[in-house]
Design a protein around this ligand. Structure first.
Ligand SMILES: Nc1ncnc2c1ncn2[C@@H]1O[C@H](COP(=O)(O)OP(=O)(O)OP(=O)(O)O)[C@@H](O)[C@H]1O
Length: 589
């Protein structure tokens, strides 16, 4: 999620986007040689597991094209052998051959389209799955400079562009088959017609070399604009309603309109180049047909060419003209696929700042959670520590301190959502950085200050895809003081929460997040101000139930400003902001 900013009239629509654009990876314009090389490597790698399917599509496409190209020849024979010589049998034979070619075209086209569609669906699913697996494994710091909307575009529009490229791969075989068959066939008809045909080739090469460069630049700029608009839409949807009360949604709307206008402008630019390319490329083959008809007609009058031969020439040239148009489409797709693959590659190259160790160990079932000489810096500023702290099994520890003293930062280190800059966080003596991340998250659960809910039901949000019975959900919700309130709702646990859990109050969201953490049966529970939205009565009940839940063997670490929590805790620890952190309270003197 990005910070909302009003949009300037021109250029990148917000400061953060401008910052992103400074990043070489997202720079508009043509791809650098290195990015193109990496993009092509990604495309080849995505294709590798599906080579056999693509090869089958290509073979079917070649068969279909040969059958298509055979038709003018069959017609030529029917005209020259059948009609010109009044030979009904020859006419029937060549009519049957034309029919057979139609059947072969049918089978070839079916196989081509089926296998091409199968390959594009598989490559798209693999690529999207790989990208989403990678992105979902990244931590907050790694994703900090990326907008969610832009990343979503990479998983949708960009993978779809790669799919289109995969679908069109067999067409290269069609084009090769066409040119390799038509040129000798026309040469066999007449040397002059072959010269007319060959004269078009330098022009075709020039057109198809010059337009792609311009289109690649337009395509890259369009992709970046799409990413920016997607960010603007995501922010508008996620933040707009929250900011309406302060009038803050207006800049979001303006920003979206500016981003949308940019997409429209870039689309028109790309369309103009595409239109020129698509119209200019087949022009010369079409003029060549006219020249061929004139020259070929003279050859027919001189008796050097049959009428059937002239008809075959015009038919083949019509196929060449069509092939030229298709060639342009494929080159357009390849340019877009390069840009899309480069964007996907860039997203796949984002490294997590919290890495899962290759040979990570499992954390022990029980142990002391300790912070030894731990410090944390954000944006070059020390915001925590050095902290020395330990919480033993069965202990209820409350951490308090001024706003900005580093309580949330401390808890995030305790479950390895971030790593300390110096010192070590250990559980049962094992440095969390040496443990497998899934093992850390299994032993230690964290309830964030601002919990995140998904669209779906209450039960979906509690389960998060885990195999949990209704009885287990109920037990956790009882401990979190939510069960009775859920029962009072018409749909109970099946209540739909809407986007980002809008159907629940702030206090209910906090308790749902608490119940969700309890369901993992952790040995340590880190609670970040998890009762801040509760009335004192409900808070007292929950504290009592949490103590019973810990049953003298589980650890509770509660970051809080609430007196009731401090009073309920076995021990309290006050955090003070480091000297160079200068939070609000400290600067008040
Ligand atoms: N991702 C971040 N980037 C930059 N600064 C950060 C980041 N996270 C925290 N900080 C800064 O670190 C300091 C400590 O923040 P933290 O959220 O840990 O404080 P806290 O004690 O939990 O505050 P509160 O009581 O208001 O919840 C603050 O000055 C905050 O601005």
């Amino acid at each position: 999620m990005t910070t909302p900013q009003p949009a300037p009239a021109a250029g990148p629509p917000d400061g953060l986007t401008a910052e992103r654009l400074a990043d070489e990876d997202l720079a508009p314009g043509a791809l650098s040689a290195e990015r193109r090389r990496r993009a092509r490597a990604l495309l080849r790698g995505s294709l590798r597991p599906h080579r056999a399917t693509v090869a089958a599509a290509m073979a079917a496409a070649a068969i279909r094209q040969l059958a298509l190209l055979a038709v003018p020849w069959c017609v030529q024979q029917a005209l020259d052998q059948g009609l010109q010589k009044h030979d009904g049998r020859a006419l029937a034979v060549w009519a049957a051959a034309t029919g057979a070619a139609a059947l072969v075209q049918f089978a070839g086209l079916y196989g081509w389209q089926y296998w091409a569609g199968y390959a594009d669906a598989k490559v798209g699913a693999d690529l999207r799955g790989r990208l989403l697996r990678h992105l979902s494994g990244l931590d907050r710091a790694a994703l900090a400079a990326r907008g969610h909307g832009d990343l979503a575009m990479r998983a949708t529009r960009d993978t779809d562009l790669v799919r289109e490229w995969v679908h069109g791969l067999a067409v290269w075989v069609v084009l090769g088959t066409t040119f390799l068959t038509v040129l000798p066939a026309i040469g066999a008809l007449s040397g002059r017609l072959l010269l007319v045909t060959l004269a078009t080739l330098p022009f075709l090469v020039w057109v198809n070399l010059s337009y792609p460069r311009r289109f690649a630049v337009a395509s890259a700029e369009l992709a970046t604009a799409h990413g920016r608009r997607a960010d603007a839409v995501a922010d508008l949807l996620q933040l707009g309603t929250g900011l309406r009360g302060t009038g803050g949604h207006r800049p979001l709307v303006d920003r979206h309109h500016a981003a949308s206008a940019e997409v429209t402008g870039r689309t028109v630019t790309a369309a103009r180049i595409e239109a020129g390319w698509a119209a200019v490329a087949p022009l010369v083959p079409r003029l060549a047909v006219a020249a061929g008809v004139g020259l070929g007609g003279l050859a027919v009058l001189d008796g050097q060419l049959t009428v059937g031969g002239l008809v075959a020439f015009t038919s083949w040239m019509a196929i060449v003209t069509l092939a030229t148009r298709v060639l342009v489409d494929r080159l357009l797709e390849r340019g877009q696929a390069d840009v899309a693959a480069a964007r996907i590659d860039e997203a796949l190259s984002i490294l997590p700042t919290v890495a899962d160790p290759a040979d990570g160990v499992a954390l022990p079932a029980s142990g002391v959670l300790s912070f030894a000489a731990v410090t944390a810096a954000r944006d070059g500023r020390t915001v925590l520590g050095p902290v020395e702290l330990a919480a033993a099994p069965g202990e209820f520890l409350a951490v308090h301190g001024a706003t900005g003293a580093g309580k949330s930062t401390l808890l995030r280190l305790g479950v390895r959502l971030d790593d300390p800059d110096t010192g070590a966080v250990r559980y049962g003596g094992t440095d969390l950085r040496a443990a497998r991340l899934d093992s850390v998250r299994e032993r230690i659960a964290h309830v964030a200050q601002r919990p995140v809910l998904l669209s779906g039901t209450v039960a979906d949000n509690l389960r998060l895809g885990r195999e949990l019975s209704d009885a287990e959900l109920e037990r956790a919700c009882r401990t979190a003081g939510l069960h009775e309130q859920l029962l009072a709702m018409p749909d109970g646990y099946a209540t739909e929460l809407g986007e980002s859990g809008t159907a629940l109050s702030g206090g209910q969201v906090q308790r749902l997040a608490l119940a969700r953490a309890l369901l993992g049966d952790p040995a340590v529970l880190l609670l970040d101000d998890a009762t801040s939205a509760l009335d004192t009565g409900t808070e007292a009940v929950i504290l009592e139930r949490l103590r019973a839940w810990s049953a003298g063997r589980r650890t509770l670490v509660f970051a809080t400003h609430r007196t009731a929590v401090l009073e309920a805790a076995d021990r309290t620890v006050e955090l003070t902001a480091p000297a160079d952190s200068a939070p609000l309270e400290a600067s008040r003197g």
